[in-house]
Design a protein around this ligand. Structure first.
Ligand SMILES: Nc1nc2c(ncn2[C@@H]2O[C@H](COP(=O)(O)OP(=O)(O)O)[C@@H](O)[C@H]2O)c(=O)[nH]1
Ligand SMILES: Nc1ncnc2c1ncn2[C@@H]1O[C@H](COP(=O)(O)OP(=O)(O)O)[C@@H](O)[C@H]1O
Length: 204
C-alpha cells in the first residue's frame, strides 16, 4: 500500500516566531514536506505576496469557501479569518508527501479532531515579556492590536498540553533544529507513518 504523507502542525501564540521558524526550515531546504499556504481576509503586509505568503481574499470569498466545505479548518483571529484549504492538504498527503501547516491554536484543535495521526508541535516563547517585545519589534501592529494579541496569548499557551511536543523558541536555530529532529524521529515511528503496518504488527 502506498505510504500516505504525514501531517505536521506547528502552532503557538502570535508573535512567538512561527512564521520565522517555518521560513527558516523551508529556506534551509532538504525537506520532503510541502507548506500549505493559508487563506486569509487580512490585508497583505508590506512585501507579502498573494499565493506565496497567503491567499488574500475578501470576507465574502472566505465565507463561500467555508459554506462549500473547502476548508480543513478555519478560525477568526483578531478581526480576520484564517484557514487551511482542504484540497491541497488531501492531494499532497495522498501523493505520499508530508504537509506542514503553520496555524493558530483553534485551527490546530480542529485539525487534531479530523486528522489525529498528525504530529502537533507547539512553539512557545521563553516568557511573556519576550513575546510582547517580539510583537512590538516586528512593528506591524498598533498597540491596541498588540494588547489584544497578548490577551489571547495567555489562553493559547494554556493549550500547550494538548500537543505532542513543545518547542521553546529561544534562539531561532535551536527551534529549527528541534523541529527538524522531531520530524525525523516521527518518520522512524513506523506505526504512525505506516498505519497499514499497525494491523500487521498487532498480529505478531
Ligand atoms: N487557524 C489558522 N490560523 C492561521 C492560518 N494561517 C495563519 N494562521 C495564524 O493566524 C495568526 C495571525 O497570522 P498573521 O496575521 O499572519 O500574523 P503573524 O503570524 O503574527 O505574523 C497566526 O497565529 C498564524 O499562525 C490558518 O490557515 N489557519
Ligand atoms: N528566536 C527569536 N528570537 C528573537 N526574535 C525572534 C525569534 N523568533 C522570531 N523573532 C521575531 O519575533 C517577531 C515575531 O515573529 P513571527 O515569525 O512573525 O511570529 P508568528 O508567526 O508566531 O506570529 C518577528 O519580528 C521575528 O523576527
Amino acid at each position: 500500500m502506498a505510504r500516505r504523507g504525514m501531517l505536521i502542525v506547528l502552532s503557538g501564540p502570535s508573535g512567538v516566531g512561527k512564521g520565522t521558524v517555518r521560513k527558516a526550515i523551508f529556506d534551509q531546504g532538504g525537506n520532503d514536506f510541502q507548506y500549505s499556504i493559508s487563506m486569509t481576509t487580512r490585508k497583505p503586509r508590506e512585501g507579502e505576496v498573494d499565493g506565496e505568503d497567503y491567499y488574500f481574499v475578501s470576507k465574502e470569498e472566505f465565507e463561500k469557501n467555508i459554506k462549500e466545505g473547502q476548508m480543513l479548518e478555519y478560525a477568526q483571529y483578531v478581526d480576520n479569518y484564517y484557514g487551511t484549504p482542504l484540497k491541497y492538504v488531501n492531494q499532497t498527503l495522498d501523493s505520499g508527501r508530508d504537509v506542514f501547516l503553520e496555524i493558530e491554536v483553534n485551527g490546530a484543535r480542529q485539525v487534531r479532531e479530523k486528522m489525529p495521526d498528525g504530529v502537533f508541535l507547539f512553539l512557545t516563547p521563553p516568557d511573556l515579556m519576550e513575546l510582547k517585545q517580539r510583537i512590538i519589534n516586528r512593528g506591524t501592529e498598533d498597540m491596541e492590536t498588540i494588547n489584544k494579541r497578548m490577551e489571547k496569548a495567555v489562553d493559547e499557551i494554556k493549550t500547550m498540553r494538548d500537543y505532542d511536543y513543545a518547542v521553546v523558541n529561544d534562539k531561532i536555530d535551536n527551534a529549527v533544529e528541534a523541529i527538524k529532529n522531531i520530524i525525523k524521529g516521527e518518520h522512524l515511528r513506523v506505526t504512525r507513518v505506516y498505519p497499514e503496518y499497525q494491523e500487521m504488527l498487532g498480529d505478531l
